[in-house]
Write a protein that binds this ligand. Structure first.
Ligand code: SAH
Length: 361
């Protein structure tokens, strides 16, 4: 078929790439060369691959495509060097990533989907619903393109941007495999974190995959009733089931879980809730990462006062829990997840509508 989509070279793990090239009659070392160009040298297209013969490039370009994403907007914080990127995918869908500097190295927070269908009430990423899943190449490219743009190395990756990674499970697994492949980006498994709103069956599957990465659970409430008020996914899975899945992940992987807890004034920040969270975290061998909620205009949720945040932290520490308060990075640029995209999308939608109207005329 003429308009059938070409296979994306950049989404193929090394074994698959090797098989395809072998079928096409190429010697085995060509797959490694190609994989190296794409994922270690991270060049943009075939022209830059100096040791690949022209005839092979021609054949490859007939059968395959190489995903490239483009930087549409880049905001650099004057306060701490945090950089927020808005990337356009090959079909013009927009995705956000955040590059952050820490004492231990540079970290990037990437998106796993275009939009999200989980509906968490405090989150801007879900306001426009889910458009589509991102491919492994589109997840990798967010990292590669940020490295090209900043000229810096990246040692840590968190899948904590827009989207629910376990709602794009198969692509996530391929992405993680490629990200940690020593022939490519070669990122240490220990430096990768995947954050989920808590899709229990996938958490159990993920433990079996033995990826060695850190799992973060967006808990945000200590009772099922309160969790249901702020996270629709809580209608499907109870905190009890979540805790069992966390304990299982810890047992199987030996990796400590992180609980993400967005503190919302008057909703989940009481002393009693701190005590309940402490008990849950102790049982699940979890660290707790407190995130004073980022106000999103559409939601009306507010952060507790700073001293209430500290008091909440102290109370948890009394339970022997390891707690961090997420450093507020890039205060001077669009803070909350999905806000940059949401803002662009509104204007983008208007443009699209204008185009459709003029086409219909
Ligand atoms: N879907 C995944 C990952 C994306 S969200 C998940 O739910 O974990 C990354 C983290 O930021 C989650 O813990 C999410 O609940 C939190 N978050 C989203 N919007 C927020 C906001 N406005 N303020 C604080 N945390 C927020």
């Amino acid at each position: 078929m003429e308009n059938e989509k070409k296979t994306d070279l950049k989404s193929l793990p090394l074994e698959e790439l090797s098989e395809k090239l072998k079928e096409a009659g190429y010697p085995a070392f060509r797959a490694k060369q190609l994989y190296h160009w794409l994922h270690a040298a991270r060049v943009r297209d075939l022209d830059e691959m100096t040791n690949i013969p022209a005839a092979m490039k021609k054949e490859l370009s007939e059968k395959y495509e190489i995903t490239r994403i483009h930087t549409i907007d880049r905001q650099i914080s004057q306060l701490d060097g945090t950089q927020k990127f808005l990337f356009a995918m090959p079909d013009d869908c927009l995705v956000e990533s955040v590059f952050m500097k820490y004492s231990y190295g540079n970290s990037i927070c990437i998106s796993s989907q275009v939009g999200c269908r989980m509906g968490c009430r405090f989150c801007a990423s879900t306001l426009d619903g889910l458009i589509r899943n991102l491919t492994p190449a589109e997840m990798l490219e967010q990292i590669y393109e940020a490295m090209r743009q900043t000229g810096e190395k990246i040692s840590h990756v968190v899948v904590m941007g827009t989207g629910e990674p376990f709602d794009n499970y198969d692509n996530l697994l391929v992405f993680l495999k490629m990200l940690t492949d020593e022939n490519g980006m070669n990122l240490s498994r220990r430096n990768v974190t995947v954050s989920t709103c808590g899709i229990v069956p996938r958490m159990l599957d993920f433990a079996k995959e033995n990826t060695g990465v850190t799992l973060a659970l967006s808990l945000h409430a200590t009772t099922d009733a309160r969790r249901r008020e702020i996270m629709p996914v809580a209608d499907r899975y109870s905190i009890r089931e979540l805790m069992d899945a966390c304990e299982n992940y810890f047992r199987v992987s030996g990796r400590r879980i992180t609980f993400e807890y967005s503190l919302i004034a008057g909703v989940n920040d009481s002393e009693e809730q701190a005590a309940q969270l402490g008990a849950l975290a102790r049982k699940a061998h979890a660290h707790v990462n407190l995130i004073p909620v980022n106000p999103v205009k559409e939601t009306g949720y507010r952060q507790p006062e700073r001293n209430a945040v500290i008091a909440f932290k102290n109370k948890l520490e009394k339970h022997g829990i390891n707690v961090s308060i997420r450093r507020v990075l890039g205060r001077d640029i669009d803070g909350a997840c999905g806000q940059l995209r949401h803002r662009h999308l509104l204007s983008c939608r208007q443009n699209n509508q204008a185009e459709t109207t003029s086409e219909q005329r």
